[in-house]
Write a protein that binds this ligand. Structure first.
Ligand code: SF4
Length: 332
């Protein structure tokens, strides 16, 4: 039987209008194409890593999936419902199942409330348990993220950055969600603390059979945590594969350049890309990567490459490059 995705993102687009000096009165002057075309299928108990440089649209993708920003086009299917078509009130019913952890834990921790109250609040909002059951759940959640009972009575400012991220994970997971979106959850932390938080996330994800969308710019982090990875460039996914397959058989020229910049044991020749990532206000036609790709041809300038499966059927390795069958030779 074919596995059914728990969450399906289909051809998602997000555009932001830019207005002139007279604001909305003067009409839209330009459009930022933050997310051009993103399709992702997430399965139960899986971690999907979404990687890209800053400006690639990965965080906007996460926010649009959650409905924190309205989609311009496309679908987000969860529980047979297209979340992009729901009103704010209807979307609230799904909030319990879809949780988020941001880079800055302070955004989800009210500085005036004690931790016990902060963690109990989502349970109150979703009408879960009696007072005693909620308090018991808060204590057990503190333990699950490696904190102590005494932390129940403290305020957020009394914690270190790593502890605060543990608290925001606890707050997201206390309602037993099915899907969690983590947007750069360890980027602001020291390397030693990063690994502690990653280990907690990995353990909890397994224990709770959670599906996780892990958004990051850090290649080493995404390799450690993800089962499958999607590489984003200028609002589109250019390559997607199970983690080890992606690292051993990197096919898209952009992914090859991105991975070659990571110091490590692998002997990859450093690929220096020319120029900067183009502006999403005026993305290039054809293949979005053609302005920087060392292998671009006339075809690349005019024809958008489809994200297509490479190799044997069911390989799960998808690449958006007209010449994906030849790119392996280029990287050697
Ligand atoms: Fe490079 Fe052309 Fe492939 Fe795009 S389609 S990655 S420009 S070779």
């Amino acid at each position: 039987m074919t596995k059914q995705p728990i969450l399906q993102v289909k051809q998602l687009q997000k555009q932001f209008p830019l207005y002139g000096p007279f604001g909305k009165l003067g009409g839209v002057k330009q459009t930022v194409h933050a997310v051009k075309d993103v399709s992702i299928s997430m399965y139960e108990g899986e971690t999907y890593g979404l990687v890209g440089e800053s400006g690639s649209g990965k965080s906007t993708t996460g926010r649009t999936i959650l409905g924190l920003t309205e989609a311009t086009a496309g679908e987000v299917i969860y529980n047979e419902q297209d979340l992009t078509k729901l009103s704010k009130a209807e979307l609230r019913k799904f909030r319990r199942d879809l949780q988020v952890v941001f880079q800055d834990p302070f955004s989800s921790l009210n500085p005036r409330q004690r931790i016990g109250r902060i963690l109990e609040e989502p349970l109150i909002i979703h009408g879960i348990g009696s007072k005693e059951e909620r308090i018991e759940k808060v204590f057990s959640m503190l333990e699950m993220v490696g904190l102590q009972n005494e932390h129940f009575y403290r305020f957020p400012h009394e914690f270190s950055g790593g502890q605060r991220q543990r608290l925001s994970i606890a707050r997201a997971l206390i309602v037993n969600p099915k899907v969690m979106i983590c947007d750069e959850p360890v980027s602001a932390l020291d390397v030693s603390i990063q690994s502690q938080i990653l280990n907690i996330l990995k353990q909890l994800q397994q224990d709770m059979d959670l599906s996780m969308l892990f958004i990051t710019h850090d290649i080493s982090v995404v390799r450690y945590i993800s089962d499958r990875i999607g590489i984003m460039y200028l609002g589109t996914i250019v390559e997607e594969a199970p983690t080890e397959k992606l690292f051993t058989n990197t096919l898209h020229p952009y992914t090859q350049a991105l991975f070659s910049a990571v110091p490590g044991k692998q002997k990859r020749e450093r690929v220096i890309l020319k120029g900067e990532i183009p502006s999403p206000i005026n993305p290039p036609p054809g293949c979005v990567f053609h302005t920087r790709c060392p292998f671009a041809t006339e075809r690349c300038k005019n024809e958008v490459p489809a994200l297509r499966e490479i190799g044997i059927e069911g390989s799960q390795h998808k690449v958006a490059c007209h010449y994906a069958e030849e790119t392996k030779q280029w990287s050697n």
